[in-house]
Design a protein around this ligand. Structure first.
Ligand code: SF4
Length: 381
């Protein structure tokens, strides 16, 4: 477990929360902006480095506050430029963050939970069960660490991270408050100034929280669809038993329409050989998405030991893509990146501390999935 200090961690505070913090210690609200810039623009974690803050306040801050990101366990760089960090969070578990450079863009795939309770059958994270939610500091800390690692601070305009996808380990909508706070910091000019179009939250379909998200923030939304009918999706993405496709797509359409601009839902579809990659699946998908404003991202499955699934052949992938294209869809196939450092999609495993730990919330989620409360480890490899 990571040592707790009892001090307020300023890293995960939004501007509003920092203003309240400064008021609570008898200081002016404008200090929030100064400190945020030091933390997020300059990557500073030492109050003594904040040269526009007087010594008395710096000493006061040192006594009651800290700037602490997750602990870096390892950083690997792939031959294709992809980077992967393993970081340890307060629960003692490790989670992974992946940076994917492409053209002038640098996309950071950020984790929201250690492990995941939703148990999607093809997902290596799901195989570990749920351990803990990440704090807001641990979520935004992954962006902070990546930018610092590239040495692109303090040059704010040249930041390495231009896009963030909440697609790492965990279901972000089940860690709602912390993820939303972190995304506000990503978008805030005092934070990372990333456009709302370039911050994307990916969900497997926690319907009530999609509506709640629309009231809280206007980031882009991605849906981990993975199956074009309820029968198959119930097997691949068990939360579908609670929130079937008609209810789920209605919620996604509500979300995207509330954005009020030409914003599209991203559909993520992991292609599994002979499971969901056949022409009839493409036909069902075309029908399902007939009136959904979306773009489709096909993700050829990245095998991991004992997954029980295989990657389709290149011909099968192309055939599936062509069928969707011909129906008028904007379809891309995600190129596998960072395979040599196990950073490819679906390969993020981190290291959950206690694989048998079952929090009350974990049990609640299993019930939410409509599943008997059987030991989760029964499905594990
Ligand atoms: S695919 Fe996402 S929601 Fe499903 S088990 Fe994996 S991390 Fe959780």
């Amino acid at each position: 477990m990571t040592e707790t200090t009892g001090k307020a961690n300023l890293l995960g505070m939004t501007q509003q929360q920092l203003e309240h913090f400064f008021e609570s210690i008898g200081e002016k609200r404008f200090r929030a902006g100064q400190v945020m810039k030091w933390i997020h623009h300059f990557g500073v974690d030492d109050f003594d480095a904040m040269s526009n803050i007087g010594k008395a306040l710096r000493d006061k801050l040192k006594a009651c506050a800290e700037i602490r990101g997750p602990e870096i366990v390892s950083e690997d760089i792939s031959s294709d430029g992809t980077r992967k960090w393993v970081v340890r969070v307060a629960s003692g578990s490790c989670v992974e963050t992946v940076y994917i450079p492409q053209g002038g863009r640098g996309t950071l795939c950020v984790s929201s939970q250690a492990g995941c309770a939703l148990d999607c059958s093809f997902c290596s994270t799901g195989k570990q069960g749920f351990n803990s939610d990440l704090s807001a500091a641990e979520v935004i800390g992954q962006v902070w660490i990546a930018n610092k690692s590239f040495g692109t601070v303090p040059a704010k305009i040249d930041r390495a991270v231009t896009n963030v996808v909440m697609m790492g380990m965990g279901e972000p909508l089940l860690n709602f408050d912390n993820v939303v706070a972190a995304m506000h910091i990503m978008m805030d000019d005092l934070g990372y100034g990333i456009s709302k179009r370039k911050v994307t939250l990916s969900t497997s379909g926690v319907v009530p929280m999609i509506d709640k998200l629309a009231e809280a923030i206007d980031v882009s939304l991605a849906l981990s669809l993975h199956a074009p009918n309820d029968e198959l999706r119930n097997k691949l993405v068990p939360i579908n038993k609670k929130y079937p496709l008609d209810v789920l797509l209605a919620a996604c359409k509500r979300y995207v329409s509330r954005l009020g601009e030409k914003r599209l839902l991203t559909i993520e579809y992991t292609l599994l050989k002979d499971v969901n990659d056949q022409p009839e699946h493409a036909a069902q998908m075309i029908e399902l998405l007939r009136d959904v404003p979306c773009k489709i991202n096909l993700i050829p499955f990245n095998p991991f030991p004992f997954s029980g699934y295989e990657r389709p052949s290149n011909n099968a992938i192309r055939r599936f893509q062509d069928l969707l294209h011909k129906a008028g869809h904007n379809v891309t196939v995600r190129t596998t990146r960072g395979e040599d450092i196990d950073a490819a999609c679906g390969q993020l495993v981190g290291q959950v501390m206690d694989r048998t730990r079952r929090s009350e919330r974990y049990i609640a989620v299993r019930q939410l999935n409509g599943e008997a409360d059987a030991p989760h480890s029964a499905n594990r490899t």
